[in-house]
Ligand binder design. Structure first.
Ligand code: OGA
Ligand code: MN
Length: 294
């Protein structure tokens, strides 16, 4: 990363964290109303580095919603139990209940939370996948629970040209309910209207992001149930193979959480997965807001 990257921002400090993606942003207080010029710089850094880390941001849910809304409308998570009662835009990603009580390790809600251990792009099961997400680490475990992010543009660019061409016209089915097959031991009972609210959708395997014009290897294996015109097993093998390719160390940024880190990712060009932690004993409470895609 050239040292010029450090100089192109006037109002914030942006420090690259890894070769492929990720940068730390200093000089901004997310609890306050942020001036347009600063927001513009954050947006620029967000689209360039794909994962931004704002350390030491002890913000309320309301402040998180206000900050996130400045980048677009917010999604409402399909499952009612995971939404905060006071702020429906807040999706609780947690092994504790809404009152903050640690859930037993075999509690369906706690197991469900472990779905984030599978590689995925948020909301790839929507017609337009989310533009981004903002995740506030309210309580983080002392060991484990890192979140790994992949730069899917570099993963695509890194493929041999011939391979890129062979993948160009493939269309992938992304299906929320596919999780019941993919991770059946983690699935919790869902209401039929919750399932019906997110029917299967299709996205090109090589997907162009409208806002940046960049092309990404859009795999999201946790939701990718098949590929049009290819028998199911072969399609899933291909998705698994491309996922293996994408998660090579040179395409990754690993985030080890400190309490009150706020991490914001540019969703259509990345995927992520959380690492294991002692979920029956250690508390991990993350609050997410999700910016609607364009
Ligand atoms: C998410 C997610 C990972 C984590 O919030 O979308 O996948 O580390 N979270 O909690
Ligand atoms: Mn996620």
């Amino acid at each position: 990363m050239s040292s010029l990257a450090w100089c192109s921002y006037k109002r914030i400090t942006v420090e690259p964290l890894a070769k492929a993606l990720g940068a730390r942003v200093l000089g901004v207080d997310l609890s306050q109303i942020i001036e347009q010029e600063v927001l513009d710089e954050i947006r620029m850094a967000w689209q360039k580095y794909l994962v931004l880390v704002f350390p030491e941001q002890d913000i309320t849910d309301g402040q998180q919603v206000r900050f996130s809304r400045q980048f677009g409308e917010l999604e409402i998570y399909p499952l009612g139990d995971n939404r905060s009662q006071h702020n429906p835009e807040i999706f609780r990603v947690s092994n504790c209940d809404a009152a903050g009580q640690l859930l037993p390790a075999d509690d369906p809600e706690s197991l469900w939370n472990n779905l984030t251990e599978y590689w995925h792009t948020d909301s790839s099961y929507r017609t337009v996948p989310a533009q981004g997400a903002v995740l506030h680490g309210r309580e983080v475990p002392p060991h484990g629970g890192d979140t790994l992010f992949v730069n899917l543009v570099e993963a695509f660019d890194g493929l041999p040209e011939k391979r890129q061409k062979s993948l160009e016209n493939l269309v992938v089915v992304h299906d929320w309910q596919y999780g019941t097959e993919y991770a059946d031991h983690l699935m919790k009972a869902m209401k039929s209207e919750e399932i019906e609210s997110v029917p299967p959708v299709r996205h090109p395997l090589i997907r162009t992001d409208r806002s940046t014009g960049k092309r990404a290897l859009f795999v999201s294996p946790a939701y990718a149930s098949g590929i049009d015109g290819i028998v199911v097993k072969e399609a899933r093998d291909l998705i698994a193979e491309l996922c293996e390719w994408a998660i090579q160390p040179q395409f990754i940024y690993r985030h080890s959480w400190s309490r009150h880190d706020v991490v914001m990712w540019y969703n259509p060009l990345t995927m992520h997965a959380r690492e294991a932690f002692d979920y029956g004993r250690e508390r991990r409470i993350m609050h997410r807001t999700t910016i609607v895609g364009t």
